[in-house]
Design a protein. Structure first.
Lengths: 498, 333, 173
């Protein structure tokens, strides 16, 4: 009992802020008269996320520490990824604030605080040093996401999205839990560092490999990596656009956080049979590489045939997950740094793109790419911003996407032995992805106007999100030193492994 | 205890012992059911200025229920053509079996008890919840709209009232520091929990009456609106099973209330020379009498009032009781 | 062979039989009831592992609460039990592939657990395991426990948000 009171709970300040804001918003929403607009709640939630971002930044100098036997851990990894998650969450909340769907926006309140709860789950995932915390945090994130996906109750596609998400998410959870149960059985503890220590003493390479694969498959579901990606396009298409943005960015970041926390911490030094007897993780590299390669290829190739903007972005996000997995498979010494940079760039360009797609969907009522045709004629700035995001997604020099992809690429080539096949696949799929990104750009700039009715003005929330993302994309593209400076504070995540 | 039994080598004498003990308890319970039905009719007769059964078995009608049961067993067993046959047959069994299973954890006296489970209270509540599955299955399998409605009502009512029931019992658990029913009785050596937890007792009593589907909460079987609720299509011994389950639950619930709030087998003040079993029986009979008294005097509540009462009155009250108990326990003990 | 072995065998058989019946039966209500059988058998297995608290909670939550909610949902909604309207996706090829995958996975796991030794058995569990669980939950595992409470809050909000009627229709009713 004394443990609980003597812990340094101030380490959890960002989490407390997010939780408090969510609960206060929930109470306000209940007390508010029905007919009042819920938009201010979304602004309040965004403000809360920004506050938590500030609190996290203020915690950066703090020494790595943990509360209650590592069930909460604040190391440099947690801090770095919480920055990303909170930034993504804040931008998603800006999109919520600016969201104006055709069927009326009655959902503002729920949207704001459910998103905050999901964000809380993602943050706790980044900060957990215990299997149990990890698991319930991921569940908090996913359960909130199921609800977010189904919030447009009158739209059949949204219902379908929620149902598919629940079923697939449930399977993923079951598989992951099954894997965890073997790890727990072999070690008898839930503390990740303790597990890593005890696994070095076990001599069950076969069972460990099985557990590793089960965990990998479970996480791959969450990451929408091929061949476990089938749910993603339908969910992304059916869910409300701000929720889609959240899934594509924050949930995916949380998925990689989960991947690193779970697999790297536990298995980096576990015994194995096969290629590298000293590390199960390294001996499993081929499996991860195959997953990464498939994800890149299928994501890029299928995206070629999409006409729906949301589906296209969904497949593009699958392809990006493939690039990230390739970076993970490389296991270079700067793996976490390069993943962080990539996720930062991915966050900026994707959130920007989704903000604009949200506006187009709200205005035209469909997410067909015809809605983009000739956008440049009457909304040049908007078209330019979207063009920038698309260029960045394609990885053209001068944008954030290029810098990020460069890091992953270097990571693949410089490790010993080099992963040349993966590097080649990455290069080829990048070229394939040019086709659909440039197709969109052609639509934007070089086609005559499709509809006579020009798009309406963008709401303040969406504009803010677009401007922030565009500035960030450019800044990271031209002055990547900014990101390096942030990253330097974490000292290559030396305290990540026990 | 449980472990010893489970790990003892399975021998025929072992099995015979278990079976014999079970049969003994069943005989006790059946005797109780027989005479509680008679008592119910007699007490209600008395309250309504009637005489009640007075023909079969002497002046007090002592064999009236036995005759009724014989009649039931001889009745034709009908199964409706459109009924879902396997479930229709299975439902009375699902409803009855748990009612007998819960008796395993109830300590009647210091010595006369079956299983000494660490989670006895929870076991009682968990297993008694299974009966709902039997009731709702029976209602559905009858393929009759009154039966279905009755089954649904019963299920809704029983799960709704199970929550305040558990929540109010938590106050007792907090004070006793255990979910073991023997420990709970022993914690009442000096003060019965009736006096330490008056609010919890009230809530528990009300919720218990609702759990038993007795007046004033007998909506699932309301003759005047639903014909007879979930067992309208049942006849003969299958119907008897449902009735039996209901009365066994009354037995179990009265025993549980005695254990939780009335100090079990502990004597009152200086009367320690009277054996514990008699005390238990006396307290137990008092609770049963209260149940019958309720039935004779209360009108039935309306369906909408029923749910609101559980969720909006009993649940908040029982939650408040938990907080209050926790505060008292933390500061004064 | 001790009583534990016989009990384990019977319970495991009941659990598997319930699961298979759940998949094979065509009537939804029958399926739910076979699920109850599986849940109860699993609760029995927990008792064999001397985890009485988990066993009782399993009965309370799964066989009691969840099943009844499922029965309610089934009885309150329209469902087609007719053979004519039953349809299945996937032909023989799909089924064969699925069977192969399940078999292969089963064999892979069996190969691993055949010689697996999890070390000491669970007989060292505290006799009063509800108390022990409580003490762990409120000291060591406070943080996950609190996250679970947030999770339940989210589930509650979600259920209300998704099930609530809104718009003008709600006020008319």
């Amino acid at each position: 009992m004394n443990d609980v009171w003597q812990s340094d709970w101030s380490l959890m300040t960002p989490e407390w802020i997010v939780l408090a804001v969510a609960v206060v918003l929930l109470l306000i929403d209940v007390a508010m008269p029905d007919e009042r607009s819920r938009r201010p709640l979304a602004w309040g939630a965004a403000l809360g996320a920004v506050l938590a971002l500030g609190a996290t930044a203020a915690l950066i100098p703090a020494e790595p520490a943990s509360i209650l036997h590592g069930t909460f851990r604040l190391d440099s990894f947690a801090k770095a990824f919480k920055l990303l998650l909170l930034a993504g969450g804040a931008l998603a909340l800006l999109i919520v604030a600016g969201w104006n769907p055709k069927e009326g926006s009655r959902y503002g309140g729920e949207f704001a605080y459910l998103l905050l709860f999901a964000l809380l789950g993602a943050m706790m995932t980044a900060s957990s040093g215990d299997l149990l915390t990890l698991f319930v945090s991921v569940e908090l994130l996913t359960v909130s996401s199921y609800i977010l996906a189904g919030l447009r109750k009158t739209v059949a596609a949204s219902n379908e999205a929620a149902l598919k998400y629940v079923i697939n998410g449930g399977i993923a959870t079951a598989v992951m839990l099954f894997g965890m149960s073997y790890v727990f059985g072999l070690t008898g503890t839930t503390n990740l560092n303790e597990i890593a220590r005890r696994l070095q003493e076990t001599n069950e390479p076969y069972m460990l490999a099985l557990a590793f694969l089960l965990l990998l498959i479970g996480v791959s579901f969450k990451l929408a990596a091929v061949p476990f990606h089938m749910w993603a396009p339908d969910v992304y298409e059916g869910a409300p656009v701000p929720a889609t943005a959240f899934f594509a960015v924050v949930s995916k970041t949380a998925g990689f956080v989960l991947l690193l926390r779970l697999l790297v911490t536990m298995f980096a030094a576990a015994p194995a049979e096969g290629r590298d007897p000293s590390s199960l993780l390294l001996s499993m590299q081929p499996a991860i590489a195959v997953l990464a390669g498939l994800t890149m290829i299928i994501g890029s190739v299928v995206a070629l045939r999409q006409r729906s903007l949301k589906r296209l972005l969904a497949y593009s996000s699958i392809a990006h997950a493939g690039y990230l997995l390739a970076g993970f498979a490389a296991m270079s010494w700067a793996m976490i740094d390069s993943l962080w940079i990539y996720l930062l760039a991915y966050l900026l360009m994707n959130m920007g793109a989704f903000a604009i797609v949200s506006h187009i969907v709200d205005e035209t009522g469909s997410d067909d790419w015809d809605g983009l045709t000739g956008l440049y004629r009457h909304r040049p700035l908007l078209a330019a911003a979207l063009g920038l995001f698309l260029l960045s997604l394609a990885g053209i020099p001068g944008t954030a996407g290029f810098i990020a992809k460069l890091h992953l690429f270097i990571g693949l080539v410089v490790t010993e032995p080099g992963h040349y096949v993966l590097a080649a696949v990455m290069a080829i799929t990048t070229v394939i992805s040019y086709v659909y990104y440039f197709n969109l750009i052609v639509q934007l700039f070089f086609r005559p106007l499709f509809s006579s009715a020009p798009l309406g003005r963008m709401s303040a929330g969406l504009s803010a999100a677009v401007v922030l993302c565009a500035l960030g994309t450019l800044a990271l593209g031209w002055a990547p030193g900014l990101a390096y400076n942030v990253l330097a504070q974490f000292d290559h995540f030396g305290d990540f492994l026990p | 205890m449980m472990e010893q039994w489970l790990e003892s080598a399975p021998s025929w004498s072992n099995i015979a012992l278990f079976f014999g003990l079970g049969a003994l308890l069943l005989a006790v319970v059946l005797a109780f059911v027989t005479y509680s039905i008679l008592a119910e009719r007699k007490v209600m007769g008395f309250m309504q200025g009637r005489i009640g059964p007075n023909q079969v078995g002497g002046r007090f009608g002592l064999l009236q229920t036995v005759a009724d049961v014989l009649k039931l067993l001889l009745k034709e067993d009908t199964i409706p053509k459109a009924a879902d046959r396997p479930l229709y047959v299975l439902a009375p069994v699902i409803a009855f079996a748990p009612s007998f299973m819960v008796l395993a954890v109830v300590p009647f006296t210091d010595a006369f008890r079956f299983a000494d489970l660490g989670v006895g209270l929870l076991y009682y509540i968990a297993v008694s919840g299974l009966t709902i599955v039997g009731v709702i299955t029976g209602g559905w399998a009858s393929n009759n709209k009154y039966a279905l409605l009755g089954g649904m009502r019963a299920a809704a009512q029983m799960i709704s009232y199970e929550i305040p029931l558990v929540m109010s019992a938590l106050g007792v658990v907090l004070l006793a520091g255990s979910m073991n029913l023997v420990d709970i009785v022993n914690a009442q050596q000096d003060v019965w929990f009736l006096f330490a937890q008056p609010l919890a007792f009230l809530i528990f009593l009300i919720a218990a009456v609702a759990e038993l589907n007795r007046t004033p909460f007998d909506l699932p079987e309301a003759e005047s609106e639903l014909v007879a609720g979930f067992h309208v299509e049942y006849s003969g011994f299958r119907w008897a099973f449902f009735m039996l389950a209901e009365y066994v639950y009354m037995f179990a619930m009265a025993a549980l209330i005695t254990v939780l709030f009335l100090g079990g087998w502990h004597p009152v003040a200086f009367l320690g020379w009277i054996p514990g079993a008699v005390w238990f029986a006396l307290k137990f009979c008092a609770v049963v009498f209260v149940f019958i008294w309720f039935r004779a005097t209360f009108p039935r509540v309306r369906a909408d009032q029923l749910m609101e009462f559980a969720w909006k009155v009993l649940l908040p009250l029982s939650l408040a009781n938990i907080v209050l108990t926790a505060v008292v326990k933390a500061w004064f003990f | 062979m001790s009583g534990t072995d016989i009990a384990f065998f019977l319970l495991a058989l009941a659990a598997i039989a319930g699961a298979v019946m759940m998949l094979q039966l065509t009537n939804v209500v029958h399926m739910v009831l076979s699920l109850v059988m599986t849940f109860l058998a699993i609760a029995g297995l927990y008792v064999l592992l001397s985890a009485e608290f988990v066993a009782v909670v399993q009965v309370l939550i799964y066989s009691g609460a969840i099943t009844i909610i499922m029965l309610f949902a089934i009885m309150l909604t329209r469902h087609h039990a007719d053979d004519k309207e039953r349809q299945t996706t996937g032909g023989v090829g799909h089924k064969a592939a699925a069977a192969f995958a399940v078999l292969a996975f089963g064999l892979a796991v069996y190969a691993g657990i055949r010689t697996l030794d999890f070390g000491a058995d669970g007989s060292a569990l505290p006799a009063d395991n509800a108390k022990a669980i409580g003490q762990w939950l409120y000291s060591y595992y406070t943080i996950p426990f609190e996250i679970v409470s947030v999770l339940l809050l989210v589930a509650l909000i979600g259920a209300i948000v998704l099930a609530k009627k809104d718009g003008k229709g709600a006020e008319d009713e």
